[in-house]
Ligand binder design. Structure first.
Ligand code: CAA
Length: 256
């Protein structure tokens, strides 16, 4: 069905695996279009509650495809929506976990950061080395890296091409969990299945509320959160969850 990614469903988790091994999963237009299409299909599928985006043990992704953009002009990039198509990821309502091993460089690092959580293997390396190509990150690296690790370290990474090991990335708050390379993907899918078992509408609004932190001033974010909280009292799942707690039984979520 796709030429540059492989998709499957494990339990209630939709897994999208980048599959351009000869180019270390460099993110060309075709791959990114397929990835966005696959994630949108998982988002619309009631059998899927959470998603995992992954690559190979050697490379999550070594960046945007340098060969594809080497001769680009600003006009061609703009009219071809070069990075704009990545914005479709921000409209995915279900949680998305990046399972990262090996190189997560440039656009690869930016793709991982655009997901909701990152589970890494011990061999993962995160970096924004665009400065070595005479450019800067263009898919969120200057913004999301700074928000994640702070200005001091982001400056070193973006201005001087410093990489973060998996341990460092976890220490600085970029990564949720680190596992040996043999099990990182399995663990990411396990975490995703745990999340997928939770109340679906609440999950969607919880993700929306946290992501609003990066878009809104605190007062507006607090108001937004409160409205989403009130809204959840219109769902069957809220009645079910609270009744299950009071009656000491497991809740059965309907996603309504
Ligand atoms: N684009 C296109 N092809 C790439 C690529 C990329 N980003 N990264 C690796 N490849 C290709 C190589 O050209 C090579 O192909 P050939 O065999 O046809 O020559 C193949 O993948 C294997 O790569 P290497 O031989 O270089 O493997 P290595 O183990 O020696 O080095 C590496 C691995 C350190 C990741 C190195 O490939 C590298 O530095 N890659 C580029 C990383 C980079 O600069 N990323 C940022 C891209 S710009 C960007 O992402 C902009 C943005 O913000 C959106």
């Amino acid at each position: 069905m796709y030429d540059n990614i492989i998709t499957r469903v494990e339990g209630r988790v939709g897994v999208a695996q980048l599959n351009r091994p000869k180019a270390l999963n460099a993110l060309n237009r075709e791959l990114m279009t397929e990835l966005m299409t696959a994630l949108e299909a998982f988002d619309a599928d009631p059998a899927v509650g959470c998603m995992v985006v992954t690559g190979s043990a050697r490379a999550f992704a070594a960046g945007a495809d340098i060969k594809e953009m080497a001769d680009a002009t600003p006009a061609r990039m703009m009219t071809g929506s070069f990075i704009d198509l990545w914005d479709r990821l921000q409209r995915i309502g279900k949680p998305v976990i990046a399972a990262v091993s090996g190189f997560a460089l440039g656009g690869g690092c930016e793709l991982a950061m655009a997901c909701d959580m990152i589970v890494a293997s011990e061999t993962a390396q995160f970096g924004q080395p665009e400065i070595n190509l005479g450019v800067i990150p263009g898919a969120g690296g200057t913004q999301r890296m700074t928000l994640a690790v702070g200005k001091a370290l982001a400056m070193e990474m973006v201005l001087n091409g410093r990489y973060l090991s998996a341990d460092e990335a976890q220490r600085y708050g970029l990564v949720n969990r680190v596992y040996p390379v043999e099990v990182y993907l399995e663990e990411a899918v396990r975490l995703a299945n745990e999340i997928a078992a939770r109340a679906p509408v609440a999950l969607r609004l919880a993700k929306e509320a946290i992501n609003a932190t990066f878009e809104m001033p605190l007062r507006a974010g607090l108001d937004h959160e409160r409205r989403l909280f009130y809204l959840l009292f219109s769902t069957d799942d809220q009645k079910e969850g609270m009744d299950a707690f009071i009656n000491k039984r497991p809740a059965q979520w309907k996603g309504q």
